[in-house]
Design a protein around this ligand. Structure first.
Ligand code: SF4
Length: 350
């Protein structure tokens, strides 16, 4: 049996090495292929994913169907962006020998489970999810009053539960969706018999990084630094960062706690953070100088990723092969779960 209660399962079979037991649990996490990830994605999610590879049985999904929930009018780029995202993952240190790297649409069982969950989930429950209303307000110029968009967290629940994931690493903004995943599991288990674990949230230890303008970091605000930015692009972005708006003159004491530059020091040069805060509060350092000191630490984080992506771009077939292999491994597990789901519901097996 594959399940959280019995970790003595054969999770993977790579090069003849079976990973039995010893893992803390099963992890699923996904990322949409919608543009190049930014430095916040690396610090907030990807670095954490890399660390979890040695402790958990990890399945990481490029969730291309999720990208269609908002980008359904123009899906042509999603395939190319999925491959690019895989290159970024590999460059960031996700290792196909340790984790399963898969493409959501290559495992159609996710859609079947999504359909079955949607039979018992109530519409008002989905409409109450705060992020649904927030996104409807935030994303302009697109009709998002669609079933697909409302059902996004149901598909996410299917993504997670189809692997009987025990843990999901997410940012705080995804808490509402995880809450729904737990409710889905509980409701299913109550209606049809025990099958799914109640998935735990693993919060990333890294605080949310603000955008270069101090607002929430978001590609749609154009306030991010992407993981493939050149050295010059990073320099320009850092030099143009907003600072404490009340610090007008060099002699004004600053407030590092409201300044995104200071937040970046904490993230990219933590050994410099305390001195930066002290010199800022006591007007011992100018903002121009302060920002210049941040350029190299940010470049140092982006540089190996950009260079890694350039290397993987020379071998797109190999990247596609890795995704294909990972998707096949994931599919075997997903099929087993769906077989059990059908048994629980009393449906015929095809
Ligand atoms: S000195 Fe640095 S931390 Fe202080 S306001 Fe200026 S840029 Fe921000």
């Amino acid at each position: 049996m594959i399940g959280p209660a019995n970790l003595d399962y054969v999770a993977h079979n790579r090069g003849g090495v079976l990973r039995k037991g010893a893992m803390k649990g099963i992890v699923f996490s996904g990322m949409q292929p919608s543009g190049t990830p930014h430095i916040g994605n690396k610090l907030g999610a990807l670095d954490n994913w890399v660390k979890m590879q040695d402790e958990y049985d990890c399945i990481y999904g490029i969730v291309d169907w999720h990208a269609l929930t908002t980008g359904y009018e123009d899906p042509k780029e999603v395939g190319r962006q999925s491959l690019e995202l895989a290159m970024i993952w590999l460059a960031c240190g996700l290792d196909p020998q340790k984790s399963t790297l898969m493409l959501q649409s290559a495992v159609p069982e996710h859609a079947e489970l999504h359909l079955l969950f949607s039979m018992f989930l109530s519409l008002p429950r989905l409409e109450r999810i705060p992020t649904y209303k927030e996104k409807l307000r935030e994303i302009e110029g697109r009709n998002l009053t669609t079933y697909g968009f409302l059902g996004y967290p149901v598909l996410q629940a299917a993504d997670i539960l189809i692997y009987k994931s025990t843990h999901v690493p997410v940012g705080k903004d995804q808490d509402y969706h995880l809450e729904l995943t737990r409710e889905v599991a509980e409701q299913f288990n109550r209606l049809y018999g025990q099958l799914f674990p109640i998935t735990q949230t693993v919060h990333t230890v890294f605080p949310v990084l603000p955008g270069t303008d101090g607002r929430k970091m978001s590609k749609s605000y154009g306030n991010t630094s992407s993981l493939t930015d050149s050295e010059d692009m990073i320099k320009d972005k850092v030099r143009n960062m907003v600072t404490d708006p009340q610090r007008i003159k060099r002699t004004d004491p600053g407030r590092p706690e409201v300044c995104p530059v200071y937040a970046y020091y904490q993230a990219f040069a933590p050994q410099e953070a305390e001195r930066t805060a002290h010199e800022c509060r006591n007007a011992l350092r100018g903002c121009v100088e302060c920002k210049l000191g941040l350029v190299e630490p940010v470049q140092a984080v982006v540089r190996p990723v950009r260079e890694g992506v350039e290397t993987w771009q020379q071998q797109p077939d190999e990247v596609a092969r890795i995704l294909h292999t990972g998707s096949q491994q994931a599919r075997g597990r997903a099929q087993q779960t769906v077989t059990e789901v059908r048994e629980h519901l009393g449906l015929w097996q095809p």
